[in-house]
Write a protein that binds this ligand. Structure first.
Ligand code: UD1
Ligand code: MG
Length: 467
């Protein structure tokens, strides 16, 4: 037995009213088509998966090429049946094929396995995955040969549905298993005599049944798995359903998520046990968080790697960077890409890092901009410190040595090195390297004028009397 999987992904998605091809629209932060490929890969090798591309074919190919799947091209979008016809050369040599839809992304691998097993066991020519929906509007409907009989006589599309059949609630999920020879023998007979003037893959049910072949329906246990996304509203319904599942999966693995309906967690995020996620947090992209960490409300983490026992306080914006164990971040800290804070670092409120590396135990607790900087082990960066890393043309680096102390409100003009254990006096403008162990004072010396205040007040009083 050899099994192929074909994924239909050539359609434009007219009902989305979007420039982006439908199957690249995302749920849970990831293109629908990538979710569908993930499901297919649970059953077969990438070489046995063929994606039918057409509308914006290059963009779709580029988005999924790293998955190692095969492609077939549907130059004109003449319907789902026509799309599958393009896969016939790919299907030569396979005994069975599963057909998936690039806009039906929530299917569980177990359901797909159940479809395969049922189809093989029943030796059907075509098996259709179906569901009973409260509101079946928009979907193709299953016409069973007799009520409750497993055999199907045909599928009728919403737009071709006679008034008498509008009450049918069993819908076609658009996911099928076919015996490959039966499919190849009949698919050339599809005709476009329907409301949309297209070659409907759904008509294969009627064609095969009329040819005396076995066409069966297999209802899914949980209908949410087969919901499709043809409009933005439907897409957002699926996004919410997937995020709910994702939050439940993390909670089942020991993560505490307060008010999970307010938290946005992308599909591929990883979180360790005993980590606490407060309301209104967003964990996006490839973010990975270790155990025993707390992410407080309103923080947004994108492609972040966070270690164990970290506290991220409220309102932090953290992107494409790494935070190691035991560090304390925020509130209101901003880490821009390619930053690394090592173990036990403190990054306080209104501190911005960009391409900056802070060694273990380093601290920048308040109001600082640290861009293109290397900050040594245990160094202390005072409130209001600014690194001038940009001269209008090039970016330059600042190196702050181990154990150095940068006084508050200092300006460090890069390229610059502050030596190991050195001090910079508060409010200095430092333009030259500071040797190890030295004190740099880069400000005007303070002058105190004794008795000046009393003299000024007397002068003002005198003027007032005159006036
Ligand atoms: C289709 C089914 C409908 C089913 C529903 C489930 C048909 C005729 N109708 O309707 O019975 O209830 O799915 O979600 O099949 N595509 C192509 N080439 C084309 C047209 C479509 O590759 O020429 C692809 C699309 O990219 C999409 C999939 O096929 O991934 C389904 O097409 P879509 O237009 O969404 O069909 P529905 O109207 O949802
Ligand atoms: Mg659809």
């Amino acid at each position: 037995m050899s099994l192929a999987i074909v994924i239909l992904a050539a359609g434009k998605g007219t009902r989305l009213k979007s420039k982006r091809p439908k199957v690249l629209h995302r749920i849970g932060g990831k293109a629908m088509l990538l979710h569908v490929i993930d499901q297919a890969r649970q059953l077969v090798d990438p070489a046995d998966i063929c994606v039918i591309v057409g509308h914006e074919a290059e963009a779709v190919r580029a988005a999924v090429a790293p998955q190692g799947v095969q492609f077939a091209e549907q130059a004109q979008q003449r319907g789902t049946g026509h799309a599958l016809q393009q896969a016939l050369p790919f299907l030569a040599g396979y005994t069975n094929v599963l057909v998936l839809s690039g806009d039906v992304p929530l299917l569980g691998a177990e359901t797909l396995e159940a479809l395969r097993d049922f189809h093989l066991c029943e030796q059907a020519a075509m098996t259709i995955l179906t569901a009973e929906l409260e509101n079946p509007f928009g979907y193709g409907r299953i016409i069973r040969r007799e009520p409750h009989a497993p055999e199907v006589a045909g599928i009728v599309e919403q737009k071709d549905l006679p008034a008498g059949q509008a009450a049918l609630r069993e819908i076609n999920s658009g996911i099928y298993a076919f015996a490959a020879p039966a499919l190849a023998a009949q698919i050339g007979r599809l005709q476009a005599n329907n409301a949309q003037g297209e070659l409907y893959l759904t008509d294969m049910a009627g064609l095969l049944a009329a040819a005396g072949q076995r066409v069966l329906a297999l209802p899914v246990r949980s209908p949410v798995e087969v919901l499709g996304a043809n409009t933005i509203a439907e897409l957002m319904t699926l996004d919410a359903a997937l995020r709910k599942q994702t939050a439940e999966r993390h909670m089942a693995a020991g993560v505490t998520i307060f008010q999970p309906h307010t938290v946005v967690i992308d599909a591929e995020v990883e979180i360790g046990a005993d980590t606490v996620i407060e309301p209104f947090v967003q964990l996006l992209g490839q973010t990975r968080i270790g155990p025993d960490t707390t992410v407080r409300s309103y923080s947004v983490l994108e492609d972040m790697t966070v270690g164990a026992d970290v506290v991220i306080r409220q309102g932090c914006i953290l992107q494409q960077s790494e935070i190691r164990a035991g560090s304390r971040i925020g509130p209101y800290a901003h880490m821009r890409p390619e930053s690394l804070v090592e173990e036990g670092v403190h990054v306080g409120n209104f501190v911005e890092l960009k391409k900056t590396h802070m060694g273990p135990g380093a601290k920048a607790n308040h109001l600082a901009y640290l861009g293109d900087a290397d900050i040594g082990v245990g160094a202390n960066v005072g409130a209001g410190t600014i690194v001038c890393n940009y001269d209008g043309v090039d970016k330059h680096r600042t190196v702050i040595g181990e154990g150095a102390f940068i006084g508050s409100d200092s300006v460090l003009v890069a390229p610059l090195t502050v030596g190991v254990g050195a001090y910079v006096a508060a409010a200095s403008c430092v333009t030259e390297d500071v040797p190890d162990g030295a004190l740099a004072v880069g400000r005007a010396r303070q002058v105190n004028k004794e008795g000046w205040a009393a003299k000024r007040r007397a002068r003002l009083l005198h003027r007032g009397k005159d006036g």
